[in-house]
Ligand binder design. Structure first.
Ligand SMILES: C[S@@+](CC[C@H](N)C(=O)[O-])C[C@H]1O[C@@H](n2cnc3c(N)ncnc32)[C@H](O)[C@@H]1O
Length: 263
């Protein structure tokens, strides 16, 4: 189990930290499979300077490091999560700073790969723009930017339905959630001079049994189920989240996009 969210009320804490406290490590909507697709499309290699925005518990960090990039920097808002990420890093080569993706403090054009998962959805429209602008600023020309977020479907979903999904999700996960349709995610990236080169979607099955086993392994999934069963406040929250995801499953998915900064 992770120490993230220690001291917070289980009934009110952000859904991702609640799941982490129950032992869940993969905290993004498309699971490990969409993460793999994103890393494939990002083509991380030994010559890359990688920046990960909001690494959370560092699950993707570990996959990235198996590709032995030249350097890795994580920028994570949560101090406890950042400390956890540091456990996977190569001494004197990589670092994870406690900071905001809105303003990383990193040099312009200092990265060849930037990515972030399950972190833009929870930002306001203005913050989404600022984070994508910051990613584009720190990327060198030709660099790649990957995102893996919650999507809305179909592409022409009407405003009322969008607002209803966002409102229900935000209430269930206790964090403002504003997913976008695929064209809206694309526009967000293109507005900052990025050219989308890869796109894939997956069902939003974060809390479905099959996905739990694929993401966490059979033992991990069993441990999470056990922890949830013996913690009534957490059980109520997890069931509430799953009910909400299922109620809106016709309009929710997970989406990953990889874009390239023009040379
Ligand atoms: C749902 S979790 C996803 C964690 C991880 N990327 C994953 O997919 O497993 C959201 C993460 O975003 C971080 N976060 C949210 N806003 C941030 C910001 N502006 N700058 C840096 N980290 C942020 C949170 O602290 C948390 O670790």
């Amino acid at each position: 189990m992770s120490d993230v969210g220690v001291g917070l009320d289980l009934r009110k804490m952000p859904g991702h930290w609640l799941l982490a406290r129950m032992g869940k490590r993969v905290l993004r909507p498309g699971g490990i499979e969409l993460t793999r697709a994103m890393l494939e499309a990002l083509e991380v290699s030994t010559s890359d300077q990688v920046v990960e925005l909001a690494p959370g518990l560092g699950v993707t960090t570990r996959s990235t490091l198996t590709r032995a990039p030249a350097t890795y920097i994580g920028v994570e808002r949560d101090r406890v999560a950042a400390a956890q990420v540091r456990r996977w890093l190569r001494p004197a080569v990589d670092r994870c700073v406690v900071g905001s993706a809105l303003e990383t403090g990193l040099d312009a054009e200092s990265a060849s790969v930037v990515y972030g998962e399950a972190m833009l959805t929870m930002q306001s429209p203005r913050q989404k723009e600022r984070i994508v602008r910051e990613a584009a600023r720190i990327l060198a020309p030709g660099g790649r930017y990957g995102i893996h977020e919650l999507g809305l479907t179909p592409d022409d979903l009407d405003g009322t339905a969008k607002a209803e999904v966002g409102r229900d999700l935000s209430a269930a996960i206790r964090v403002g959630a504003r997913p976008l349709t695929a064209p809206e995610w694309r526009t967000l990236l293109e507005a900052e001079g990025l050219e989308v080169v890869a796109e894939r979607t997956a069902p939003m099955h974060l809390l479905e049994p099959g996905r739990l086993v694929r993401d966490e392994g059979p033992l991990g999934a069993a441990r999470i189920a056990f922890n949830v069963m013996r913690t009534p406040a957490a059980r109520a929250r997890v069931l509430e989240m799953r009910r909400t995801f299922r109620r809106h499953q016709a309009h929710l998915n997970a989406i990953m996009l990889v874009a390239r900064k023009r040379r």
